[in-house]
Design a protein. Structure first.
Length: 285
């Protein structure tokens, strides 16, 4: 076992703490994976990094070396006091003890005036989706998001909408970014070992969305509703979105865009969802 393992064990012993499973605390102890993450992050002193859940700070120490500034947001007070102790001298590290879902990241980014902002994190798995959705929906000026997630979630996030392994979130990820898998990480690379295999993925934020859309909010409303009943045909599942008053109206829209009412949501591409939304919006005018 390498440095990260030894350091983690020493820190846990020194500060007499154990991992809190409820907070998704699985510490990464694989030097090779850490190296790969740092390489892929491709940091320079022009970059500000937002690290979510720094934990004991093993990854953090590499980030502060390469980046201009690291904002490390950690909910567990035990961890932030360790970090404050370990990194007292580190002038380019800001440690924030808060729930990442409640932090005004836009404000934090504006305060810091960096050319590029990147997110790097070994995420707490119990809130992977809300964190990623917050990063995307808050429309932050991010270059990319490099995160460790469960393998199953990685499959869904990097899928092409309408193909295998699609979920409602697949459409949002595809709309906002170009996603790729970076490295698969086995359970033994963590202490304690999680129940699942993990994967590092990278989302490169798009400058422009891949489709022209008249109303973003209702697109995602329709997608979310349809995926809540993904086994049903769209002629049924779409009705719960509240976008059509009667089935007849829905069938008319589907006929216009040449999509069969017997399709299931998971077989539709983002372009097809967009054509449905644009048709409804055109009819309003
Ligand atoms: N970065 C460390 C590493 O790679 O070993 C720890 C990663 S661990 C998977 C996830 C971290 O996220 C934990 O330190 C946990 O306390 C923190 N965390 C959990 N929920 C959080 C939240 N809502 N906001 C910020 N941090 C959170």
């Amino acid at each position: 076992m390498g440095n990260a393992y030894q350091e983690t064990m020493q820190l846990l012993k020194k500060y007499k703490i154990t991992a809190n499973k409820n907070l998704g605390q699985n510490f990464l102890i694989c030097d090779e994976t850490i190296q790969k993450i740092i390489e892929e992050a491709d940091l320079s002193k022009n970059d500000m990094v937002i690290e979510i859940g720094p934990g004991l700070g093993i990854l953090t120490q590499h980030l502060v070396e390469k980046a201009g500034k690291v904002l490390a947001v950690e909910i567990d007070q035990r961890m932030t006091s360790i970090l404050n102790d370990r990194f007292q001298e580190q002038s380019n590290l800001e440690i924030l003890q808060e729930d990442i879902l409640k932090v005004d990241l836009k404000k934090k980014i504006e305060e810091n005036h960096f050319k590029t902002v990147k997110v790097v994190a070994n995420l707490p798995y119990y809130i992977t989706t809300p964190i990623i959705m917050k990063l995307l929906e808050d429309k932050l000026e991010l270059e990319n998001i490099l995160v460790m997630v469960q393998k199953e979630v990685a499959d869904r996030l990097t899928a092409i909408p309408g193909e295998k392994a699609t979920g409602a979130i697949t459409y949002a990820i595809y709309y906002y970014s170009i996603a790729k898998k970076v490295i698969s990480v086995p359970r033994e690379s963590f202490i304690p070992a999680p129940d699942v295999t993990s994967e590092v993925i990278k989302l490169n934020l798009r400058k422009e969305p891949p489709i022209k859309l008249k109303n973003e909010d209702i697109l995602f409303r329709l997608i979310k509703t349809a995926f809540m009943q993904r086994r049903k045909t769209i002629s049924n599942s779409f009705m719960n979105s509240g976008l059509w008053r009667e089935k007849q109206e829905l069938l008319k829209t589907l006929e216009k865009v040449k999509i069969s009412p017997n399709e299931r949501a998971e077989n539709l591409t983002l372009e097809q969802f967009a054509s449905i939304i644009n048709t409804i919006e055109n009819e309003k005018n």
